[in-house]
Design a protein around this ligand. Structure first.
Ligand SMILES: NC(=O)c1ccc[n+]([C@@H]2O[C@H](COP(=O)([O-])OP(=O)(O)OC[C@H]3O[C@@H](n4cnc5c(N)ncnc54)[C@H](O)[C@@H]3O)[C@@H](O)[C@H]2O)c1
Length: 365
């Protein structure tokens, strides 16, 4: 078997984490980086030892890569992914998979017809933090899971992101940017969602960039910056969730699952590791439970895909799961707009947990 060649499109903020991590995953070999802005691709490729910086057009003609990792902004995800599939490449997309159901569905159909696969972030749910929590819940440590509580609230990413425009436009906001982590983690405990009732609000028509070369520049806000939602799961289970860019008080990573016998607080679902806390009914205090497994980081879903391509079974962060999460987020936005309960129609096949000793830094293919 042989290493899987990878090409990356999108040399922005998150490319730094991907490129640093993928260099430590021996099943992957990153062969080039491309961006709409060629100088950005050249600069970042140089920083991370990527052998080539190419134009997007040339990227798709390369025959030495099997997977394109699409790290462009949400509004460009569909177009870049569709071109990569048309060029015969498998695709790993950053989240959200696209910004509307039609284009996400079209991508999955295009891939299916071409015999290619689509994977999508987040892959944090494959990290030891969420996987250890899942193993505990699967073996009955909290009894029957009943409900969950989610909190993600910050003053907003315009304070730290050098180009935060997309985070306040269609495809962004605290819902489309952050809910993927929480809804994906919840989906592994409760299964597919059935519907949502939500309210949203905003704190003003613009934000001012806080850092980087554009600091002080105002950008427009086109989305709700506060979203509160109640989710109903098809197989039972109810969750309340808050996603906010309108909170001077930052409180993030809260995902608590209450069962018939105990409540489990998972590590931050936007991180790969961290402690698990558990409190039993009647107990006074939390127990802290260390997670087990190799941490890895963004890009472990690409390793899982690469191993699946070389015959290691199905991959886990599937396009089908990402479409379901997108459907749930769009239903949340529609619920806000219509002030009504909105059904969620898509589903996904159950996703097998990773073996406890799964290691992205090991050579497997
Ligand atoms: N920044 C983070 O902390 C973070 C964390 C997790 C996930 N993400 C996700 O990663 C993706 C990228 O986010 P980012 O923060 O790196 O954004 P960014 O704006 O910093 O970078 C995006 C890059 O994509 C390039 N690009 C845009 N359209 C393109 C196109 N059509 N073809 C080629 N290149 C194109 C831009 O020139 C830019 O360099 C988003 O989907 C975001 O949700 C970001």
């Amino acid at each position: 078997m042989s290493t899987v060649g990878v090409g990356v499109i999108g040399a922005g903020k998150i490319s730094e984490q991907y490129l640093a991590n993928m260099a430590t995953y021996p099943d992957l070999d990153v062969r080039f980086l491309a961006d709409l802005v060629p100088e950005r691709a050249t600069e970042v490729a140089g920083q991370f030892g990527v052998p080539a910086a190419v134009t997007v057009r040339d990227a798709l003609d390369r025959d030495d890569v099997e997977i394109i990792v699409n790290l462009t902004i949400p509004a460009a995800h569909a177009e870049v992914a569709a071109s990569a599939l048309a060029a015969g490449k498998h695709v790993w997309n950053e989240k959200p998979i696209t910004v509307d159901r039609e284009s996400a569905l079209a991508l999955l159909q295009q891939a299916d017809t071409a015999g290619l696969i689509v994977g999508c972030a987040p892959d944090t749910f494959l990290g030891p933090g969420q996987q250890t929590a899942r193993r505990m819940i699967d073996r009955g440590d909290i009894g029957e899971p009943l409900t969950a509580s989610v909190v993600f609230q910050t003053p907003g990413p315009h304070l730290w992101h050098p180009n935060p425009d997309f985070l306040y436009q269609r495809g962004g906001g605290p819902l489309m940017d952050m809910a993927p982590y929480y809804l994906t983690a919840l989906s592994q405990v409760f299964g597919p969602l059935a519907g949502v009732a939500a309210l949203g609000s905003g704190s003003g028509p613009s934000r001012t960039i806080g850092q980087g070369p554009r600091a002080g520049q105002a950008i427009p806000v086109d989305v709700a910056t506060y979203v509160t939602a109640v989710y109903d799961f098809r197989a039972g289970g109810v969750t309340q969730a808050t996603f906010s860019f309108d909170s001077p008080l930052a409180r993030v990573g809260v995902l608590e699952i209450a069962g018939t016998e105990a409540t489990l607080a998972t590590p931050d679902p936007n991180r790969f590791s961290g402690d698990i806390r558990l409190i039993r009914a009647g107990a006074d205090d939390w127990q802290t439970i260390p997670v087990t497994g190799v941490e890895g980081g963004r890009g472990i879903g690409v390793v899982d895909m690469a191993r699946a391509l070389r015959g290691g079974g199905g991959h886990r962060a599937t396009g089908e799961l990402a479409l379901h999460v997108l459907d749930a987020m769009l239903a949340t936005a529609e619920s806000i707009e219509r002030r009504a309960f909105v059904g969620i129609d898509t589903r996904f096949e159950p996703i097998a947990p990773l073996p406890a000793d799964w290691d992205p830094t090991e050579r497997v293919v």
